[in-house]
Design a protein around this ligand. Structure first.
Ligand SMILES: C[S@@+](CC[C@H](N)C(=O)[O-])C[C@H]1O[C@@H](n2cnc3c(N)ncnc32)[C@H](O)[C@@H]1O
Length: 162
């Protein structure tokens, strides 16, 4: 398995809430968080929207923590954590995706997104845009540390073929 090239840094809770709000999740959505850390995005999505939420995380210790957090939050039937490299895991079941990675990794993921994602799938990327793709919405969320831009993309709008 390749070494992770993005460090662990949890998204502030108000940023997670705004990112999920932008996705306009419905109960039948399947959300994937690529690099799910402690599982906070998945847990909030399951609690607030009742969606199935799947996290992919490469760091073994974080996988354990995320599973434990999901169990404690009582969302385990909805939340699943896969240990692995998201570049190697099929994303075609996703109808919504969250990213808090880096512009370089987002750029490298574009080919995979175009190959595997359905036209109706939405993506939000916290802090880092997806290079050369046009967001349909950008929101800015203020935290005590910094301002977090959040970018919303739709596979059927603007992004296909780029
Ligand atoms: C900035 S943190 C974001 C964590 C969480 N999504 C959040 O917003 O709180 C990025 C996470 O991606 C994970 N990661 C980095 N590269 C990965 C890869 N190739 N496959 C799976 N996870 C990866 C890191 O271990 C880290 O937990």
């Amino acid at each position: 398995m390749r070494a992770p090239i993005v460090h662990y840094s949890p998204a502030p809770k108000n940023v997670v809430r705004a990112a999920l709000d932008m996705l306009k999740l419905k109960k039948n959505d399947i959300l994937f968080d690529l690099g799910c850390g402690d599982g906070r995005i998945l847990i909030m999505a399951a609690k607030l929207y009742g969606v199935r939420a799947i996290g992919i995380e490469i760091r073994r210790a974080l996988v354990k923590i995320a599973r434990e957090n999901a169990r404690k939050a009582g969302v385990l039937p909805l939340v699943e954590i896969i240990r692995g490299d998201f570049f190697r895991i099929d994303l075609s079941a996703a109808t919504a995706i969250t990213l808090y990675l880096s512009s370089t990794v987002n750029n490298a993921l574009k080919v995979k997104f175009m190959r595997e994602l359905r036209p109706e799938t939405r993506l939000v990327s916290i802090f880092f845009p997806i290079p050369s793709w046009t967001p349909v919405e950008v929101r800015h969320v203020r935290t005590p540390i910094k301002d977090f831009p959040i970018y919303l993309y739709k596979m059927d709008q603007n992004v296909i073929g780029k």
